[in-house]
Design a protein around this ligand. Sequence first.
Ligand code: SF4
Ligand code: SF4
Length: 387
Amino acid sequence: MSARVSLGVDTEELASCVSCGLCLPHCPTFRVTGEEWASPRGRISAMREVQDHGAAVDDAFLASMDSCVQCRGCEPACPSGVPFGSMMEATQASLASRRRIDWRRWGFRVLGHRWLLNLVSRVLAVVQRLRLVPSKRLGLPKIPLVQDRLRASGDDVWLFTGCVMDAWQRSTHAGVKRVVESAGVGVALPGAGAGCCGALSLHAGLENHARALAIRTMGALEGSAPILVDSAGCGAALKEYGKHLGTSEAVAFSERVKDVHEWLAAQADRLPPVGKRHQEVTVAVHDPCHLRHVQRVHQPVADVLSRYATVVALDDDGLCCGAGGAYAAMQPDLAASIRKRKLEAIRRSGADIVASANPGCTIHLANAGVTVCHPLEIVDEAIHDDR
Ligand code: SF4
Ligand code: SF4
């Protein structure tokens, strides 16, 4: 690509960066490269050069944009309130229509069809068992051959089940559902109409596809019951439907969305005690970026978990682990370098196990040999260990 383009970034947003550099230490790609082009300030400067001064969209520009994990760690660190996430989303949307070859365009379409994702997942599971696919190199977890069916237990709250997590980690949803039910609450499940929330498509710049998935998701979770989400990336996307779709219906929908830990922390007195045979473990909590920087509700994870386990904090200021949705597959070297810093922090913590409330982080860390699970799987085991 070499043609001059308008990126479609809001001019006021673009002008709001004062180039102070206070965000740089909070940016995982700057931390591992030390390069300005891999920093929030450098990326904003490059956007300005293209949009305001007609610079070409060349390979250096693409490398700067595509190396961004879209973790949004730079946003809470910025004293000027620069909305980096929406600027990067606009830039990626502009670039997406100009990319001649982009497997994400086809891959993310699969996520929008539950039957197709389930079919692809079963084929992958078989191929994995035959050792015909380099799972580790591709960042794939061990995909189950069969999945237990989840059954609704009431209509007090919805549990959003999503796409990849439902196809590959449904046992996590089952554990989360048992914990929510243990607070005396009936759980409704979305039907076949619900699936992908559109987060990955939005990050890849596939705006129309993301918008269509958002509208379909809203239609599958009707009524006024709270919508609980156990994946940080999906929760952040659902909470931003109001902003992205700009309709009163979408705003009302987003107000119903709660990260499941956020919701449970407010019902803590209804949660049961630990089971009789429970042995407490030491858990390090890895905060997914979309829980910490976007939803800004990472504290409830530790609040809920600390009732059932000894929780230790990581000393890396909540830096990204490098998973970033499809980032680990698109930018494997950078993703591995970023993860290395996280692994060092985990080692320093001395924890037995790591808890992370996002499937992408869980898979990325597990591929490096870390024992990692969803926080509510630990709570489920602690409550129900005498089943
Ligand atoms: S994004 Fe914010 S913190 Fe970073 S350089 Fe710009 S104004 Fe400073
Ligand atoms: S979103 Fe994350 S990787 Fe991208 S510039 Fe901001 S801090 Fe860096």
